[in-house]
Design a protein around this ligand. Structure first.
Ligand code: ZN
Length: 333
């Protein structure tokens, strides 16, 4: 594997002297070096993954980036001499001062800033800051969560959370923009405009969804001492007929938020085995009642006769199974 210093000499210092790569000297050298660092890390991850020295999903080899990619980013570290001015502007090397619409105040002085341009031609500045999160006051509540298609989530206390209306409205606009794009002829100016329209609609849907996930995950973590979710194997579902709705629901992003927020605020979090058959098992007597097709929304347990709402029952099974996993707790069933 080539050394970072050698790559830097060849791909940055030498390249700047060629007419084809001269544009590299028009930008700060720090993001270029950061790109090499990212590349180095990506190769290491790929090699460790191939050698079996890395847990989790297989990591592929890094792919080429282009200055024409739809999404672009540049990271400025502390030694890049960037700063936030007294007027609240962002001053970047070789770019100058740019106006910032701050979405929140920074809790401490940032160590680096990444400027991202997304496919909808919007610019974002994202800062790395130190935070000291205090655990939330303890509570007795625990929750099991069933993520489903008929509702976004069903909680073991019986709460059913639908996809919010603003999200559905944004999705309708996205479909309209996509239809408009498909009618434009290739290579035309109108097509380029329509493409940006689709990108903007996509960005809006993604923003709405992220906002919804943030609000819901914060509420759940704040109100519960322990959070249990069925491990969905989203990758497996992604290859089936349910694929589109699965990606739309963005479950894995949501579960990830639950996980890191639980860690941040001192809450317990666990994924429960997806082979638990939560939709077939009675949460009262734990008799497995046999498979139920998706259209069966309600069923009566053949052993104890309890009538179950399919999704609420599933989330109670997740809760009970999570409690069994949790250390220092007696099994309750
Ligand atoms: Zn039963």
């Amino acid at each position: 594997m080539p050394k970072n210093a050698d790559l830097s000499r060849e791909l940055i210092v030498q390249a700047k002297r060629t007419p084809q790569r001269q544009w590299l000297s028009e930008v700060s050298a720090v993001p270029l070096q950061q790109a090499l660092r990212d590349l180095d890390q990506a190769w290491r991850a790929h090699q460790d993954s191939r050698a079996g020295k890395r847990q989790g999903a297989k990591v592929g080899a890094p792919r080429f980036k282009s200055r024409r990619d739809r999404t672009q980013s540049a990271r400025f570290t502390a030694n890049a001499r960037w700063k936030i001015t007294d007027q609240g502007k962002l001053s970047l090397p070789k770019i100058g001062e740019v106006k910032v619409k701050w979405s929140r105040s920074l809790p401490s002085s940032p160590s680096s800033v990444t400027v991202v341009k997304d496919a909808a031609d919007r610019y974002f500045a994202s800062f790395v800051v130190q935070t000291d999160d205090a655990p939330l006051p303890a509570t007795e509540n625990e929750v099991g969560i069933d993520l489903g298609l008929s509702h976004f989530a069903v909680l073991s206390d019986g709460t059913k959370v639908d996809n919010p209306r603003f999200l559905r409205r944004a999705e309708r606009k996205l479909r309209k923009a996509q239809r408009a794009l498909s009618r434009k002829s290739k290579g035309s100016n109108n097509r380029a405009k329509a493409r940006l329209g689709v990108a903007r609609a996509h960005a809006r849907v993604a923003d709405c969804r992220r906002e919804f996930h943030h609000q819901l995950s914060t509420t759940i973590v704040r109100e519960n001492q322990a959070v249990y979710v069925e491990d969905l194997c989203v990758k497996g579902l992604g290859r089936t007929k349910l694929a589109k709705s699965v990606h739309d629901a963005g479950w894995s992003a949501f579960v990830h938020m639950l996980e890191y927020k639980a860690a941040r605020y001192g809450r317990a979090f666990a994924r429960v085995d997806r082979f638990l058959a939560s939709s077939q098992t009675c949460h009262v007597c734990w008799v497995v009642d046999g498979p139920k097709p998706l259209h069966v929304r309600q069923w009566a347990c053949r052993a104890c006769q309890t009538i179950h709402d399919r999704d609420v029952n599933a989330s109670r099974i997740v809760l009970a199974a999570g409690r069994k996993l949790a250390p220092g707790r007696e099994a309750e069933s």
